[in-house]
Ligand binder design. Structure first.
Ligand code: AMP
Ligand code: MG
Length: 354
């Protein structure tokens, strides 16, 4: 299959979006930018399209997809209308008023219209209304319901640029809509509204405190930051290793001076063993490290910058064939929690305290 690339920086590139919409309506796959990361889109109501998404990503078929819509009222087709679910829809409406369009995904009981192929066999559905203008126009052109996981091969870092989509998906999908670099850089926050109180299954730009302001009580699934919580993962995606670079990655937490001293020692050892080394650290600390490749996530405590740069850095470390990677730990409050969650998964939960 040839993967066609179209550049579409403006949502009003009508001809390009109409072509992408036709591909989606006829069961094909189109990768497109959103405000979080690039998504790999297929018609969410067509089981064949969902099967193709799993095949293109090499994704385990029990790891469900998020359905993207472009108007709030379209949620009613996706969600069960049984009277006992009214309260959940009311909570969804409140959250939508506060955070949609935007980087928040809600889990709700699914209707008959959503194929089990899209939900990984679950009787719940994940729904998001993104804010990216091109994404919204594309969803409308596709008929309103686009299943879109991140557009990476399963397990690799999510793509924040079209070229990273192509690295993974060239020849496997029909089209890539190139809209430049994404804004946020981390996947959406996922909140499960089918449980009481609502529970965060994946942290993101919309934080627990922001959700609490709207819903009152909200909890975060313990598996989010603690591999050994002893709890079975609620979101099937939580159990898979994710976002991983090819190199062996370790997170180091502690006082900045002790962290850099420890990491520099380890780097010397790795170098003596003939390995290429890399670090992922705050801008302020760049000078303190002696690795072959030093990557800055931006200023310390600038979560927005770290979110935007993280996946790109992980892919660049692969491009530069770095074999041993050390990353400074992040404060796990606010957006830092989402960043630490991704770092921990990228490192296979390998963290050292010094
Ligand atoms: P991605 O497509 O890479 O953004 O991943 C989507 C995430 O949403 C996965 O981790 C899924 O496990 C999660 N997800 C999607 N649908 C559901 C659902 N019905 N219940 C729980 N988690 C879900
Ligand atoms: Mg993903």
């Amino acid at each position: 299959m040839d993967t066609k690339v179209i550049i579409c920086m403006e949502e009003d590139d009508k001809a390009a979006l109409a072509e992408a919409g036709r591909i989606l309506q006829s069961g094909g796959l189109v990768a497109f930018p959103t405000e979080t990361v690039y998504g790999l889109g297929g018609d969410a109501l067509n089981p064949d399209s969902s099967r193709k998404i799993y095949a293109a990503k090499g994704r385990p078929s029990d790891n469900p997809l998020i359905v993207h819509i472009c108007r709030f009222e379209d949620i009613y087709k996706l969600v069960s209308a049984l009277p006992e679910h009214e309260g959940k829809l009311a909570a969804a409406k409140k959250l939508a008023d506060a955070f949609w369009p935007g980087p928040l995904t809600m889990i709700l009981p699914k209707s008959e219209a959503v194929p089990l192929e899209t939900t990984g066999g679950l009787d719940t559905v994940a729904v998001r209304l993104p804010s990216h203008k091109t994404a919204l126009a594309l969803i409308a052109a596709a008929g309103g319901y686009v299943a879109a996981p991140s557009a990476n091969t399963s397990g690799r870092p999510s793509p924040t640029l079209a070229k990273y989509v192509l690295d993974d998906m060239q020849g496997r999908i029909d089209m890539v809509v190139d809209g430049g670099e994404v804004g946020i850089g981390l996947e959406s926050t996922i909140v499960d509204l089918t449980v009481e109180p609502a529970e965060i299954l994946r942290p993101g730009y919309v934080t627990e405190d922001m959700l609490k302001e709207v819903l009152g009580r909200v909890e975060t699934d313990r598996a989010v930051l603690d591999e050994n919580s002893g709890q079975a993962p609620k979101a099937p995606g939580m159990k898979y290793r994710h976002y991983a670079p090819r190199g062996e990655m370790t997170i180091v937490s502690g006082e900045p001076d002790r962290v850099s001293a420890y990491v520099n020692d380890q780097i010397e050892l790795a170098r003596a063993a003939g390995k290429k080394t890399g670090v992922i650290v705050a801008e302020e600390a760049l000078q303190d490290y002696h690795a072959d490749v030093c990557k800055s996530v931006g200023s310390r405590n600038d979560g927005l910058s770290a979110a935007r740069r993280l996946y790109r850095i992980l892919r660049e470390l692969d491009e530069e064939a770095v074999e041993i990677i050390y990353a400074e730990a992040f404060e796990s409050a606010g957006l830092g929690q989402a960043i630490m969650n991704r770092l921990l998964k990228a490192a296979g939960h390998h963290i050292i305290k010094v």
